[in-house]
Write a new protein. Structure first.
Lengths: 113, 109
């Protein structure tokens, strides 16, 4: 199993540009989520999904969209990038709706200039 | 969010024990977790404790839970240089984890 994969590893955007961060898992996990990590603030939940076709907002959803058309994929879309979205983004998945033993991807480091 | 609090930094000598502390807020949390993050990597689940337990031991790791004070600690025995990393505690709030800000552990040879 590849586990949780994320692409790209690094990205630089200009303010106002849009892009999609990709996340995929091959463990047949129902629950997937996106976090952002900022220095000294731990990880904050952006959006999550409890299964294909179902998504919900986390703690900091503004400026981000998600969709879950398949069990495997959970892309995160930045609609109009802002410097405040400069961060490291982590995708995670777990077997069930509970958060027990989430598996994290390696992260995408995004810089918005 | 900052409902889960940790000290920012801890420095120990190789071979000593490390104790990383955490306070949380949600008394209904079912599980409490410790994650480890090495430089440039994602988070790796180290251990967890169920909320009806006081202590859990897993090789060099000991987790203590004081529900009355909402205090969680992680003790690493015989700390090695490979233990240098950022350690995050997290509480289970239903469909989401709430993380602390992380404690950077530095192990000096």
């Amino acid at each position: 199993n590849a586990g949780v994969t994320q692409t790209p590893k690094f990205q630089v955007l200009k303010t106002g540009q849009s892009m999609t961060l990709q996340c995929a898992q091959d463990m047949n996990h129902e629950y997937m989520s996106w976090y952002r990590q900022d220095p000294g603030m731990g990880l904050r939940l952006i959006h999550y999904s409890v299964g294909a076709g179902i998504t919900d907002q986390g703690e900091v959803p503004n400026g981000y969209n998600v969709s879950r058309s398949t069990t495997e994929d959970f892309p995160l879309r930045l609609l109009s990038a802002a410097p405040s979205q400069t961060s490291v983004y982590f995708c995670a998945s777990s077997y069930s709706q509970g958060t027990y033993e989430q598996y994290f991807g390696p992260g995408t480091r995004l810089t918005v200039t | 969010g900052e409902d889960v609090e940790q000290s920012l930094f801890l420095s120990v000598r190789e071979g000593d024990s490390s104790v990383i502390n955490c306070t949380y807020t949600d008394s209904s949390s079912t599980y409490l977790y410790w994650y480890k993050q090495e430089p440039g990597a994602g988070l790796q689940l180290l251990t967890y404790i169920f909320s009806n337990m006081d202590m859990k031991q897993d090789q060099r790791l000991t987790v203590l839970l004081n529900k009355k004070d909402k205090h969680l600690s992680l003790r690493i025995a015989d700390t090695q240089t490979g233990d240098s990393a950022i350690y995050f505690c997290a509480e289970d709030a239903g469909n989401m984890l709430t993380f602390g800000g992380g404690t950077r552990l530095m192990v000096k040879p």
